[in-house]
Design a protein around this ligand. Structure first.
Ligand code: HEM
Length: 231
């Protein structure tokens, strides 16, 4: 395959949609892994910091981060490109209506808005956690931020935007890839909704610390209750 052919394939309508679908599914996978990592916050400082330190000690991490950035960029660029072409060809509302095999849902109707909200959220997230001072430790940095109401409001909004985006994006990706046979499309749709539900756990995590539930659960009384329940 020569370079010109590869470029023509990528810039064809199907090529762009395929890149958008595959990158979207890869990002969904990253989100599930990232959620699992962050659920370690519930296990406490040693568990969370231990995991992050272990992760960052891997020399391949900068390479993985570059790969992740490339996948994000591929998704954003192809998403906007496809959107623009559809808008030009059919007009905004017609595109919305003809798009989804799963019917028009709040997720499908808000894709472009949740996309921009997520981009804004991601920039905010990177500024506060990725490119921040990590000297106080990751657990301390995250949980201190989650004691702030405005910060948590932004996190809850970001997680809800992510859940809405995935609720449609997941099934739409399989549809684009041609894996939308009647037999299993309802299974794919359900899997998409369950994945979207998982995304709301990002919001739950920030609320958990805002409401001080971490202190409650680690109080001697709660420990005793937990021990009684477990034994
Ligand atoms: C409870 C919510 C979340 C917490 C506590 C959290 C925590 C973190 C932390 C501490 C980092 C920095 C890691 C490092 O410096 O290497 C990070 C990176 C990142 N987060 Fe989150 N995150 C949350 C939700 C999200 C959501 C909803 C998204 C996507 C919309 C997201 C996307 C990312 C990305 C893309 C990175 C950069 C990955 C990297 O450089 O390794 N995060 N997150």
């Amino acid at each position: 395959m020569n370079l010109r052919f590869a470029l023509r394939l990528f810039t064809s309508s199907l090529g762009k949609k395929t890149v958008m679908a595959l990158s979207g599914l890869a990002l969904t996978f990253f989100m599930l892994v990232h959620l699992a990592e962050n659920l370690l916050l519930l296990k406490g400082e040693a568990a969370y910091n231990g995991w992050v330190d272990f992760l960052l000690s891997n020399p391949l991490i900068p390479l993985a981060e570059l790969g992740l950035l490339a996948v994000f960029l591929a998704h954003i660029i192809t998403g906007l490109w496809v959107r623009y072409e559809n808008y030009k060809a059919a007009g905004f509302s017609k595109y919305e209506e003809s798009k989804s095999q799963g019917g028009r849902t709040i997720g499908s109707a808000t894709m472009i808005y949740t996309a921009f909200a997520l981009l804004a959220y991601l920039i905010y997230h990177m500024m506060h956690f990725r490119f921040a001072d990590h000297s106080i430790g990751f657990y301390q940095m995250v949980t201190e931020a989650f004691r702030n109401k405005v910060f948590v409001a932004i996190y809850v909004a970001g997680a809800l935007a992510l859940a809405l985006h995935v609720s449609h994006g997941f099934q739409s990706a399989f549809q684009t890839l041609g894996l939308n046979h009647d037999k299993y499309f309802s299974f794919i749709k359900t899997a998409g909704y369950i994945t979207a539900l998982f995304m709301t756990l990002f919001a739950m995590l920030s609320l958990y610390f805002l409401l001080g539930l971490d202190a409650k659960f680690s109080s001697p009384y709660q420990q005793k209750v937990l021990e009684t329940v477990i034994n």
